[in-house]
Design a protein around this ligand. Structure first.
Ligand code: ZN
Length: 277
C-alpha cells in the first residue's frame, strides 16, 4: 500500500504541471481512493437518471430553423443587381425587391430584420440552431434563389420568410403563404409546409391579436406557385405577411418594438408547435 503514494509522488515529480504542483504524496493518495469509489458508484446512478431529461434539456434541441428576413436595407440603391432575372421554375423573377414601408418611412426590410433577430434569440433560447439568410440590414440581397438554397443546405426542419405587405390602406390583417405543387422539388414538402403554415397562423393570431387578412387568402391562408423562396425549397417553408404596412393601425403597431417582440414570440411559438408535433 505504501508503493502507490510513492509512485504518485514520483510521477508528480516528473510532470509537476499535470499534478497541479500543490499536492503532497499523502494528499494525492487520499484523493485517489474517493475518486475510485465515485467511479464505481456512477454507473447505476447515471443509468437511472438517463430515463429523465437532463436538467438543461431544451424543447428545440437538435432542431434547425432557417429564418429569412425579407428584402435588405440597401436593395433600393442597387437596382441593376436586384432586378436581375432569376429562374424560379414557374417563371423568371427579379433576384430580390426593395419591399414596402409605412407611410412614415419605416421600411419592410428594417421590420423583417428586427423581427427575425428577436425570433432568433427566442428560438436559440429554446435550443434550436438558427440560421439567417442575411447578416445585416445594410446589404443587398441575397437573391430569392439563394434564400431558398440556404434553407436547403442547412437541411432545415422548418424555414420561414418574414415579410409585411404593402396593400391598399383599407386592407388589414396578416396572412401566411404556403407552396403549391409545381411538378418540382418543392412538391415533396408541400404537405409539411401546409402543416407549418397552419401552426404559425394559429400562433400568430393568438399571440398578436391581429385579424386574418381582409384582402387576401381564406382564414389567413394563401397558396402560391410564383414565389422563388417557396418553389425552390426542399425543406418545409412558409412566408408570413405580418400585416399591411400601408394600413395606419398596423403601421403604428409595427413601429413599436414591444409589438415586434410580440410578433417574434408568436412566430417562435408557431414554429415550436410544428416542430414538436
Ligand atoms: Zn416582402
Amino acid at each position: 500500500m505504501r508503493a502507490l503514494p510513492a509512485t504518485v509522488l514520483a510521477v508528480c515529480g516528473l510532470i509537476a504541471s499535470a499534478c497541479g504542483g500543490t499536492g503532497s504524496g499523502g494528499a494525492a493518495a487520499g484523493q485517489a481512493a474517493p475518486a475510485t469509489t465515485a467511479a464505481q458508484a456512477s454507473p447505476p446512478s447515471s443509468s437511472s437518471s438517463a430515463k429523465q431529461s437532463p436538467p438543461d434539456a431544451k424543447p428545440l434541441d437538435g432542431k434547425v430553423v432557417v429564418i429569412d428576413p425579407g428584402h435588405n436595407g440597401a436593395n433600393y440603391r442597387h437596382p441593376a443587381e436586384i432586378n436581375r432575372k432569376v429562374n424560379v421554375l414557374t417563371q423568371w423573377k427579379a433576384c430580390d425587391t426593395t419591399g414596402t414601408s409605412t407611410n412614415s418611412g419605416y421600411s419592410e426590410a428594417a421590420f423583417t430584420w428586427d423581427v427575425s433577430r428577436r425570433m432568433t434569440k427566442i428560438l436559440e433560447g429554446r435550443g434550436a440552431t438558427v440560421k439567417l439568410t442575411r447578416t445585416s440590414n445594410n446589404g443587398v440581397g441575397p437573391c430569392i434563389t439563394e434564400r431558398a438554397a440556404i434553407g436547403n443546405k442547412a437541411k432545415a426542419d422548418a424555414a420561414i420568410s418574414v415579410h409585411a405587405d404593402g396593400a391598399a390602406p383599407a386592407g388589414h390583417g396578416f396572412h401566411v403563404i404556403m407552396p403549391k405543387k409545381i411538378n418540382g422539388p418543392v412538391d415533396k414538402v408541400v404537405g409539411a409546409s401546409s402543416k407549418l403554415g397552419i401552426a404559425v397562423r394559429d400562433a400568430f393570431h393568438k399571440g398578436t391579436g391581429l385579424p386574418y387578412s381582409t384582402y387576401i387568402g381564406k382564414n389567413a391562408l394563401n397558396y402560391r406557385s410564383d414565389l422563388g423562396g417557396l418553389n425552390l425549397s426542399t425543406v418545409p417553408k412558409i412566408f408570413v405577411e405580418c400585416g399591411n404596412m400601408r394600413n395606419a393601425t398596423e403601421a403604428a403597431k409595427f413601429q413599436d418594438p414591444k409589438f415586434r417582440q410580440k410578433i417574434a414570440l408568436a412566430l417562435a411559438n408557431g414554429l415550436q408547435h410544428y416542430l414538436e408535433a
